[in-house]
Ligand binder design. Structure first.
Ligand SMILES: *[C@@H]1O[C@H](CO)[C@@H](O)[C@H](O)[C@H]1NC(C)=O
Ligand SMILES: *[C@@H]1O[C@H](CO)[C@@H](O)[C@H](O)[C@H]1NC(C)=O
Ligand SMILES: *[C@@H]1O[C@H](CO)[C@@H](O)[C@H](O)[C@H]1NC(C)=O
Length: 289
């Protein structure tokens, strides 16, 4: 989650020097943004055509038995941010990486208004088209909100056997108000702009990012009562002990309102845990499965 402050950051990118070396003596893991991992090869060039968009996805280890794991990345980024986690999980599971509408290699329509329900339905339609009738969802940040939206939609919920919800949130006010002041945030945004130019050379990152900022500035708006309808017996709520983007009390709150859900707090990591500690992240997913 990036909030509307994203816009201000985007428009100041030209003047700022977010990548300048920091004069610090300690480098806590939760304050670092390691390089974006590579996705395991191959990188699919095929996409799923849906509602005027091309949605990119890649299946890994299709020979594995058991329920496939669908990896749903965070806002502004794309599936490669999960690359090292996918490397590990795909040793023993079928994994399906997806780029959400507009993100990474997936396109969007000029008049799209992004919603988490839209992203959840996109994911559902893509999986349906691939003949996937049941799946484990692993969602991170906006991908976690997408997963919660999927769990609250009875059609989509029916295909979800388990859901690992990392750094999720239920409202705009779950966002940490100092997030956009952090060094890691400006590094992340400028890196995403650079990556987007490579992934979609003809796309307009500012236009895309403005749609993401509008989404994150307005949604989600779920009440505790709405979340309480989720079948918590298949849900793991995961949080980061140094999350700078989602308020620190949010994971325990989600866990308390989603009856029957489990809670795990990942250690010495921030909102960017999947790149800071992919081994620990993958281990938490494995332990849940
Ligand atoms: C629930 O998901 C189905 C399948 O994607 C979709 O047709 C429907 O519009 C969704 N409902 C909401 C409220 O988003
Ligand atoms: C990119 O999108 C922004 C926001 O929609 C718009 O103001 C700008 O003119 C666009 N740039 C180009 C080159 O089309
Ligand atoms: C917001 O993040 C900062 C670290 O960037 C942390 O010190 C603070 O406790 C967080 N606030 C809340 C309400 O979680």
């Amino acid at each position: 989650m990036l909030s509307l402050f994203l816009l201000a950051s985007l428009f100041s990118l030209g003047q700022s020097t977010p990548l300048a070396p920091r004069q610090t003596t300690t480098t806590n893991r939760w304050e670092t943004l390691p390089d974006t991992p590579a996705l395991p090869t191959p990188i699919n060039t095929a996409t799923f055509s849906h509602e005027g968009t091309s949605l990119w996805y890649q299946k890994y280890n299709t020979a594995a038995t058991g329920t496939p794991i669908v990896m749903i990345h965070g806002g502004l980024g794309y599936s490669a941010y999960f690359g090292s986690v996918i490397d590990i999980l795909s040793q023993t599971h079928q994994v399906i990486a997806v780029d959400r509408r507009g993100h990474g290699r997936s396109t969007y329509n000029a008049d799209d208004v992004f919603t988490f329900d839209m992203f959840a339905s996109d994911t559902y339609s893509l999986l349906q088209s691939e003949g996937v009738t049941s799946a484990v969802f692993v969602g991170w940040s906006d991908g976690a909100a997408t997963t919660l939206a999927a769990l609250m939609n009875s059609t989509i919920d029916a295909m979800i056997t388990k859901a690992f919800v990392f750094a999720g949130f239920q409202s705009v006010s779950d966002s940490n108000t100092t997030f956009t002041d952090t060094a890691i945030y400006s590094t992340f945004v400028s890196r995403c702009a650079t990556e987007y130019a490579t992934l979609q050379p003809s796309a307009n990152f500012t236009d895309f990012a403005t749609k993401v900022a509008t989404l994150e500035g307005t949604l989600p708006d779920w009440s505790d009562a709405e979340l309480a309808k989720i079948d918590g017996s298949k849900v793991m709520i995961a949080g980061a002990d140094h999350d700078e983007a989602v308020n620190l009390a949010v994971p325990a709150h989600l866990n308390s309102v989603i009856t029957g859900s489990q809670l795990v707090m990942l250690s010495d990591v921030s909102h960017f845990a999947p790149v800071q500690d992919p081994v620990g992240f993958a281990a938490a997913v494995e332990a849940f499965l």
